[in-house]
Design a protein around this ligand. Sequence first.
Ligand SMILES: [Zn+2]
Length: 496
Amino acid sequence: MQASVSNAQELWQSWWPPIFFSFDEASVPLFQGFMGSHNQSASVQQGSAIIGINEQAVVGIDPYQILEMLAGPENSTISIEFSCRTGASIELKREKSYRPVLPAATVRGLENPGNCCFLNAPLQCIAHTFPDMVHFVAGTRPPTASNNSGNTAWQLYKIASAFSQLAMGITVESGANKAQPIVAVRDSLSVQIEEVLPDEKRRHQEQEDSHHLLVRLLDLVDSAMMTNPVSLPPAEVERRKTDEQQATIALRKAEMSVFQSYEDAVQILCSLQWDRDMKCRHEAMQQQMWGQYVKGIGCYKCRRWVEVRPEVYNMLELPIPAQASPRSGAVPRIRVMQCLDLFFDQENSRNNKDSSLKCPGCNKSGEVLQKYSLIRIPSNLIIVLKRYTFESASNGIKISKNQAVIEPAEVLDLREHIFGSGNNGHSGGVGGGTMYELGSICVHIGSSPRSGHYIALVKLRNVWWRVSDDKVRECNDNDWQEAQRNCYILFYKKRT
Ligand SMILES: [Zn+2]
């Protein structure tokens, strides 16, 4: 199938809904070069969305962005051949300046037939901020007969499909349905989640906490994408065991003043643990959604790092620092970076006589330094602000909400919390940049996460929208104030 740019508009229409294009190995560099030579943010971002799958690369791309990519200077020619998922290949040529007529950018709302806002809001956020993940999940293949995990595999597949179809439907208009809200998130997604996790049904009827829903949804989607772990050759298993033993010994000897020996040991231990934790997770999901931080405990008395615990995360749950008492009625404002600092700089009990933190080495308190550091960071970062505290009370559970005004940084740099970087200039195990851009916010209005109302603020082509179920409008100042008082989950995209 041959096509020229002049009928790209039709292409856009005829290619919806297939929005996946697979490239063979040889055409990947060509496509990357094509992106790079077109200095457009949409194109460059897409370049990073290329994900290796076996010998092929798959890129999630929306047809709107194809039109954007095709716009270019006069007299330049591009020729690229690729095939869509159905196997048809297509060649696009730009032989003269082309200014496409882009379809209007709109945000589609999601209907709420009852108790659905807790699902609608995070779904809006993911759809707008993590399209690469959505497109990748959309490419999940149905389980094969040889797959003996049976019904569960099918159920997981159905959840992954429903999730990706809904999310893709939000961001791309499809002709006749323009501006119509999408119905039935409950029917298509929520009911299927309940099939796998029957306990969810009650929660969903009462209204679930968006944070908890997100944890389960991501877990189910991850499970649907699981791959069989590669079994390592015996020599490699042996090598890793030796590495681990040596690193553990090195750590035991490492003095806090000699950072280098600590750093090397930590890197080895974290890397081995990462391989274990990510054994079954698809590489693309690892890269997009998962990171790792390390909890380090040092003791001034023992003069060494006594414990190192690597942990994986697909969202960072951040404490909110206590507010400084407001002067003359001014509202205290907290920056997200302060929440991050509080999370990573856990405790330095040396100057804190009240601290009960004990050194696991000498069992003494008051001499302990506890510090978390990022080892790996994902391209899609979810930050949950711990606004709610749950305490048991005589009449059930008492929920209190921290009403702090929190400014969600539009640009966030994680550099200072990357392992090693603050101490000796090493960038730790993190490749590439450390800068993130805010893409969407899940806002909860109300005193308990299981009641009240969830809305989403989403950014689409540099314009912020407020999406309350099926009601969509451009954000105004009041909406931003509302969001700062109630922002709950922040969705960040790593800059490429
Ligand atoms: Zn000690």
